[in-house]
Design a protein around this ligand. Sequence first.
Ligand SMILES: Nc1ncnc2c1ncn2[C@@H]1O[C@H](COP(=O)(O)OP(=O)(O)OC[C@H]2O[C@@H]([n+]3cccc(C(=O)O)c3)[C@H](O)[C@@H]2O)[C@@H](O)[C@H]1O
Ligand SMILES: Nc1ncnc2c1ncn2[C@@H]1O[C@H](COP(=O)(O)OP(=O)(O)OP(=O)(O)O)[C@@H](O)[C@H]1O
Ligand SMILES: [Mg+2]
Length: 284
Amino acid sequence: MASLHQQTRDEIRPIDLRYSDEELGAQVDDLTEFIRERVDAAAVDGALVALSGGVDSTTVAHLAVEALGADSVHGLLLPKAVNTDENMSDAERVAQDLGITYDVLEIDDAVDELLETYDAGSDSDSEGRWEGRYVGNTSARVRMTLNYLVANYENKLVVGTGNRAELATGYVTKYGDGGVDCNPLGNLYKQQVRQVAAYLGVDESLVQKTPTGGMVDYDTDEEEFGVDYDTLDAILALHVDGGVPAAATARLTGSSLDEVEYIVEMHEDSEHKRTPPTVPEPRS
Ligand SMILES: Nc1ncnc2c1ncn2[C@@H]1O[C@H](COP(=O)(O)OP(=O)(O)OC[C@H]2O[C@@H]([n+]3cccc(C(=O)O)c3)[C@H](O)[C@@H]2O)[C@@H](O)[C@H]1O
Ligand SMILES: Nc1ncnc2c1ncn2[C@@H]1O[C@H](COP(=O)(O)OP(=O)(O)OP(=O)(O)O)[C@@H](O)[C@H]1O
Ligand SMILES: [Mg+2]
């Protein structure tokens, strides 16, 4: 990995976290070994991957096939009306190119039924953000339920797709896309995920695709972070994971202090998503 301290005050350019060629091959070996180990340790028959057409799930599907062989990997496409046809056809192409079995299960009815059961009325502010939150998160939890239904049925592990940038900022739905059995990409920043994807032969258009949650129709990840992914990666690597002071991080990444502090706030507020549910201390 390139040095985090490669910049001078006069020359601000994105911090490069990408692996060297040698590191990249070794990293991919480690990731495939990780998936094999998890499946062996659980004594199951393989891996289930939910496929969205995004680079994270595409990369995990490729890694799982490298690790286990196509016969041991099952894909699930779980479209909702809000998902673009392009994403879903990309997901289908990934499954077909890899030669894995997959199902396409529409989730709109299940999500609507849950919302109606609670009579979830309008909880929206003027931009519909709050309504988007509970609808989007319920969709993610319906997907999680279907992942486990099929994983139980097929005796497989649910292999998650969360990367370090998402997990560090809590940019996952708790017990939704965050509800998985293991996360092979959990220590990789987004630019490293893209690098691994390219190494595994993922189509360039998918490697460079704009990340979106597909939760509601207006979200791209970078709009919610307030900075682009390369900058987010760098802020996390320098400050949150690396202990470089916030002001120096802002300078080194070409960000404002407010932008760095917003990411820190996301990190701190989402601690509960990275730890098991708390229990009180036992009475002594
Ligand atoms: N301190 C605390 N200790 C323990 N639990 C705490 C807590 N604070 C909140 N909670 C619980 O957590 C809940 C909030 O968490 P959660 O339900 O996840 O909801 P929340 O974090 O508000 O929303 C999920 C975020 O992740 C993003 N997301 C989700 C899924 C996929 C993607 C994507 O890009 O692919 C992005 C989404 O856009 C949104 O910004 C609260 O309702 C409460 O139950
Ligand atoms: N329509 C969908 N069908 C199946 N799985 C989905 C769908 N939408 C989201 N998921 C699952 O939720 C995960 C989290 O979504 P996320 O957007 O973070 O990842 P991605 O789409 O793979 O990559 P990117 O972040 O670049 O868009 C996906 O990787 C996938 O496993
Ligand atoms: Mg996506």
